[in-house]
Design a protein. Structure first.
Length: 416
């Protein structure tokens, strides 16, 4: 009888374990629906000035320009949360040793300022490439074990800084768009590194929701390669980013590769104008490539342009491209018992104007794109945050204190 009783207990435990695996995970403590990414920096203060409190504080830099009324206006427009990019590089620089405590305190104060405006906040550690006016960026963190360890320690300290905040109002994202594992199956380095970042954050902030992602710029396919069971924690929201189709969303961006800089003047969708007008725009792009691109790349660029246009030259094709990342993430979430409310589209958007480039994307195209992406996200039950407040992709501000056209914000205000 004792043996039979033990067998029954073992069977019951196995059934309970199976049920736990089959049921969706609980919702995270932090919930959100519609958000906006704030600016990371605007004046690009060089590292040589990071030891000057007047240059670097308050932090992040948007605090020098935005007031609580500006944040309240975002709530009135229909947003319920803001994603607050924080450049981690100053926390890793010797220039800020005397100001570290002030920097952490300023990030905390910035999060509280957003909460006071009636908005939730994701504190997003947002690495960018090094170079020019900064020594440490994504490449150094990913390529040098010592620098990665310093980054992990910074994540631990930032989580500790935020640990006493209301977990319904503040969430923490340890790393934005990791540039690693972009080759092969995408799981050789990032899963173990993310586990270290998660452990550092969770050891300091036991109650906060943590925002985790896949490798290689947080694309959907990389998220789908992550095994979420490697991180046994229900208080997680998983994020992915999508700017598809890149040909249309990044027109003229000189920093986004050697092809897209030659592309301007394409409408969204491509069917928004008569075919003859589209052909004129395409011929202008082809002429620019032939005149300005390296001769070894011209034929490849021209062929790529034609291939990309053919892939989205009808509304059905275009919507298929835009919806593909959402379907990928949805299938992964269902397979792993992750609720839709624990998935967020952390970034999407369409460029307004590359700095220094005279071409400005017509506002109606940007609004149409944002409406379509929001529709995709909400149809799948995912929250979203558009990029971004100002700058090249700005939906509120443009450059040099100018305001962006209101079309995108009007589209968001009109959401049911």
């Amino acid at each position: 009888m004792a043996l039979l009783g033990a067998m029954i207990k073992t069977l019951m435990a196995a059934l309970l374990a199976f049920g736990a695996l089959a049921l969706p995970a609980r919702a995270a403590t932090f919930s959100m629906k519609r958000g906006l990414n704030l600016d990371q920096w605007t004046t690009w203060t060089g590292e040589e000035k990071w030891n000057d409190p007047n240059a670097i504080l308050p932090y992040p830099e948007w605090r020098k320009f935005l007031k609580e009324d500006d944040l309240k206006a975002l709530k009135d427009a229909g947003f319920d949360f803001l994603r607050m990019p924080v450049d981690p590089s100053p926390f890793l620089s010797d220039e800020t040793l005397a100001l570290r405590d002030d920097l952490y305190a300023s990030v905390l104060d910035s999060a509280r300022m957003i909460n006071r405006a009636g908005l939730k906040v994701i504190v997003d550690m947002h690495l960018i490439p090094a170079g020019g006016n900064r020594k440490i960026g994504m490449g150094q963190v990913m390529d040098d074990p010592g620098t990665f360890d310093a980054y992990v320690d910074m994540v631990r300290k930032m989580a500790r800084t935020l640990s006493n905040e209301d977990p319904g109002q503040v969430a923490f994202e340890p790393m934005n768009e990791p540039i690693v594992d972009c080759d092969g199956d995408g799981t050789s380095l990032w899963p173990e590194r993310q586990k270290k970042l998660f452990a550092a954050a969770r050891s300091s902030a036991t109650g906060l929701t943590l925002i985790l992602t896949g490798a290689c710029y947080s694309n959907a396919a990389s998220l789908a390669r992550i095994d979420p069971k490697l991180i046994a924690d229900d208080n997680i929201i998983w994020t992915f980013h999508s700017y598809d189709p890149f040909l249309l969303t990044h027109q003229g961006a000189t920093w986004a590769g050697d092809f897209i800089r030659y592309v301007t003047g394409l409408p969204f969708p491509l069917t928004a104008v008569p075919r003859a007008q589209l052909d004129v725009a395409l011929d202008t792009i082809r002429a620019r490539i032939k005149a300005e691109a390296p001769w070894t790349r011209r034929s490849g660029m021209l062929a790529y342009l034609d291939e990309q246009v053919a892939s989205m030259d009808s509304d059905d094709k275009l919507l298929g491209i835009m919806d593909a990342p959402f379907k990928t993430v949805e299938a992964w979430a269902k397979a792993n018992g992750i609720r839709p409310e624990n998935i967020t589209l952390g970034e999407f958007g369409m460029i307004r104007q590359e700095y220094g480039n005279g071409y400005v994307m017509p506002a109606e195209y940007r609004a149409a794109y944002v409406r379509q992406m929001i529709a995709r996200a909400e149809a799948h039950g995912f929250s979203w945050s558009v990029w971004g407040y100002g700058g090249a992709f700005g939906i509120v501000d443009a450059f040099n204190g100018d305001k962006a056209e209101p079309a995108v914000m009007d589209a968001i205000r009109s959401l049911p």
